[in-house]
Each structure stands twice: as C-alpha cells, then as structure tokens.
Design a protein around this ligand. Structure first.
Ligand code: GAR
Length: 186
C-alpha cells in the first residue's frame, strides 16, 4: 500500500476527489494536515474517516511537531491540495522530491506569494487571457517555482467570471491530479 499525506487549507474538494479515485487502488490518504480550523476539508476528513492534524503557524515554522507527525505516517508522497502557506526549507530537506503542489494557473504566470484561489482567477480574467489551466510541480523553497511535472489548459472566454473559471480549473484538477499522483508514486 502506498501512503499519501495531504496538506489543505480550504474546501478540500481535491482531497476528497483523490480519496474517491483511489478507493480501489493500492494508494491511501493516511492523513490530512490543515492550518485553518474553519476549513471545509475538516468536515470532509471526518466524514471520510481520515486522520486530521490541525496546526498553527508557530508549530509549522518554528518547531518539529508537524515534521514528527508526518514522519509517523511514513508517507510515500506529500500532496499540497490547496495549501496556502510556504513550506519551510526544513521540510523540503526532510522529504526530498516527495512534496508536490497543484497550482490553479499555467505557471510561471500567475504564481508566487498571494497568488492562490480566486486571486489567481481574478488576475487571469483581468488580464483578458484566453487560456488558463493547472500546473502540478515539485515543491522547493520558493513559492510555485519547483520543477514542473504536468500542465493542462482550459479556455477562458469573455463570459467567464472568477467563479466559472474556478469551476473549469477544478474539473481539470479532478481529472488529472489523481492520475499524476498515481504515476509519481508508482
Ligand atoms: C485548488 O484550485 C488549488 O489549485 C488551489 O486552491 C484550490 C483548492 O481547492 N491552490 C492554490 O491556489 C495554491 N496556490 P479545494 O480546497 O477545493 O481542493
């Protein structure tokens, strides 16, 4: 059995999709780590019976509490699925080439600090882009700059709003993220 640990800060729809896609596979989400006590992912973790770890910024940045908790699961891969804090260098050193992120745009455009969720979609629409998409990449010590693993595109039309674009992006994420995780982990 391959073991995945997920980090999420928000709704957690990607985490739930990954869980369902792997229901009949040799891959399991063994824990979800969350930095936001109001996040929707908490209800999902409870409903899906997945261990949940909540942590604060001090624990994450200045102690090894979270590191030890992650290590206790012996993960094959750490997946950032809508996780909004920068990963400390300490964790990147501890888990070399084992942390991946999904970003809701075609990097290198629309990445970096503060570029997450609807901020990305607002920026893409304001710039009148005709396409957007997703980027799955390894995580290094800079926001959204690790080696790319996979990109997929969708059209952006003049009728799109940040909400309709977010829906399109989620559909791409649901279709591709589990498949890419499976490829990497096997
Ligand atoms: C996803 O669209 C993901 O790409 C994005 O947050 C959303 C989380 O949705 N991640 C970032 O913006 C990271 N910079 P979810 O909580 O429903 O899975």
């Amino acid at each position: 059995m391959k073991r995945i640990v997920i980090f999420a800060s928000g709704s957690g729809s990607n985490a739930e999709n990954i869980h369902h896609q792997f229901a009949n596979e040799n891959i399991e989400i063994v824990a979800i780590f969350c930095n936001n006590e109001k996040a929707g992912v908490i209800e999902r973790a409870n409903r899906l019976n997945i261990s949940l770890h909540l942590f604060n910024r001090n624990d994450f940045n200045n102690t090894n509490i979270v590191d030890q908790e992650i290590l206790s699961y012996h993960p094959d891969l750490i997946v950032l699925a809508g996780f909004l804090w920068k990963i400390p260098e300490r964790l990147i050193v501890l888990f070399p080439n084992k942390i991946i992120n999904i970003h809701p745009a075609l990097l290198p455009k629309y990445g970096g600090k503060g570029m997450y969720g609807h901020f990305v979609h607002d920026a893409v629409i304001n710039a009148k882009e005709t396409k957007s998409g997703i980027t799955i990449h390894y995580v290094n010590e800079h926001y959204d700059e690790g080696k790319y693993i996979f990109q997929a595109e969708c059209e952006v039309t003049s009728n799109d709003t940040p909400e309709t674009l977010a829906d399109k992006i989620h559909q791409l994420e649901f279709a591709h993220f589990p498949q890419i995780i499976k490829k990497i982990i096997q």
